[in-house]
Design a protein around this ligand. Structure first.
Ligand code: ARG
Length: 457
């Protein structure tokens, strides 16, 4: 333990399993770039306030240039005592520029502020990349909706045929949910991108460090204003995972729809080979594995979110080593969400749509509401119209004649107010076009939705 960064007061070595148990370098090495950028900003600020000379700063910067090069080319050699990325980089700096100057870097600084800085910087960049992937998913949804606007399909409630809708309307129903997630994501990024650097271990920095300048150099949008909060806080990881869980929930429902629609029984869509796999036993099978994984990985994402909340909930302020346990779930969560968005985009952009199957699945009963609405237009109160239409459905069922081919006499028998203009309303296209108020499934209303979504991107 004497060789550790903090070895001064320790006399006995660590249990070897404890070394492993404690170390985070195997995963927090992904922060090497952020850690170095943070160190350079910190050294620069400590030059302005006289802790370091210009020469010392130049040496530190030179050292970090070499270390960056080593990470970049995968030639950085970790040593057994490199607990985490902060320790590893600082140890290496001392080797390159000498302990005399290297040993001054950490003046007034704590790994508690460092790890929070690294995580936030990394997360900010990842979330920005996710923002752009999510825009792509929405774009693909919108452009399919525009191209395939003429396809009608059954709309479902309770997974029972309800009313005819445009296939585009289905596409946009999910795209609209994704767009809400995009807006939430942008809110989250604003809060992630705030700087804890210069808050010390918990109490603040004693050398008048210019926190604003460091934040600016690192591209943060602002500061965290309480040093104890700055090192204790993992809201950025938690909120990211709450966001990610919310997004995965949306994509999971989207995937579930497509799993159903791609089944042989529905056959509305077919997955491209690039996103399906076969069965090792049943030669005929083509399984929607991509969609099932989207649904399945949502469970893992929710678990990571709940896990972190449990890790944090009982912690005394401020930094506790428990917080190190926020890193791995965050890394995996972000990768899971990012991969999922890209897979979903791939699935959707290569999806084969079979409009004939959608049309074939439309059933006359789905026009029962149209009959009620027809009667409403004749002055019948809706509740009564609903009842009459129900009797028409029952008649069709009893006689085995599809509802849209019942004769006018048969209809008049149910209610005398039916006229020969009733035939016209037994039409899917017309039913769809009548839903023309904002947000409906008429062509005009669907096109309007596409422009609303495009406006958000
Ligand atoms: N690697 C640690 C983490 O991920 C930061 C180290 C802080 N350690 C400490 N003993 N204060 O949280």
């Amino acid at each position: 333990a004497e060789n550790m960064l903090w070895g001064g007061r320790f006399t006995q070595g660590l249990d070897p399993l404890m070394v492993q148990y404690n170390e985070s370098l195997p995963y927090d090495r992904v922060f090497w770039k952020q850690d170095i950028a943070g160190s350079i900003a910190f050294a620069r600020a400590n030059t302005k306030n006289g802790i370091l000379t210009a020469n010392e700063f130049a040496e530190i910067e030179r050292g970090f240039q070499q270390i960056s090069e080593e990470w970049r080319t995968n030639t950085f050699v970790a040593k057994p005592n490199d607990e985490d990325i902060h320790t590893a980089n600082e140890r290496r700096l001392g080797e390159i520029i000498g302990k005399e100057i290297g040993g001054k870097l950490h003046t007034g600084r704590s790994r508690n502020e460092q790890v929070a800085t690294d995580m936030r910087l990394w997360l900010r960049d990842e979330l920005r990349a996710i923002d752009s992937c999510l825009c792509d998913l929405i774009k693909v949804s919108v452009s399919r909706a525009e191209q395939e606007i003429d396809y009608l399909m059954p709309g479902y409630t309770h997974l029972q045929k309800a009313q005819p809708v445009r296939w585009s309307h289905w596409l946009l129903s999910h795209a609209t949910a994704f767009a809400s997630e995009l807006q939430r994501l942008r809110e989250v990024i604003r809060r992630v991108n705030r700087s804890p650097l210069g808050t010390g271990a918990l109490a603040g920095n004693p050398f008048q460090i210019d926190r604003e300048a460091m934040a600016k150099e690192l591209g943060f949008d602002g500061l965290l204003y309480n040093s104890m909060n700055a090192v204790a806080d993992r809201d950025f990881a938690m909120e990211t995972m709450q966001w990610g869980s919310s997004f995965m929930l949306k994509i999971s429902r989207w995937a579930e729809d497509l799993i159903i629609y791609s089944s042989l029984e529905f056959g509305f869509v077919r997955l491209s080979d690039a996103y399906s796999t076969g069965s090792s036993l049943m030669p005929q099978k083509k399984n929607a594995d991509s969609l099932e994984l989207l649904r399945g990985k949502s469970g893992r994402a929710f678990g990571q979110m709940a896990g972190l909340m449990m890790t944090i909930k009982g912690l005394p302020t401020t930094y506790n080593k428990d917080l190190q346990e926020s890193v791995e779930p965050m890394l995996d969560h972000v990768k899971t969400v990012s991969d999922s968005i890209q897979i979903a985009t791939g699935v959707l952009s290569t999806l084969i749509v079979i409009p004939e199957k959608m049309t074939a699945a439309l059933a006359p009963e789905m026009l029962a509401t149209e009959i009620a609405d027809y009667l409403v237009r004749k002055g019948v109160p809706f509740r009564e119209g609903h009842h009459i239409s129900g009797r028409v459905v029952a008649l069709a069922e009893q006689t085995g004649v599809p509802m849209d081919t019942l004769s006018l006499d048969q209809l008049k028998n149910v209610d005398a107010r039916f006229g020969d203009d009733v035939q016209a309303c037994l039409d899917y296209e017309r039913a769809v076009e009548l839903k023309d108020a904002v947000g409906g499934t008429s062509k005009r209303a669907v096109i309007e939705q596409t422009s609303v979504l495009k406006g958000l991107l």
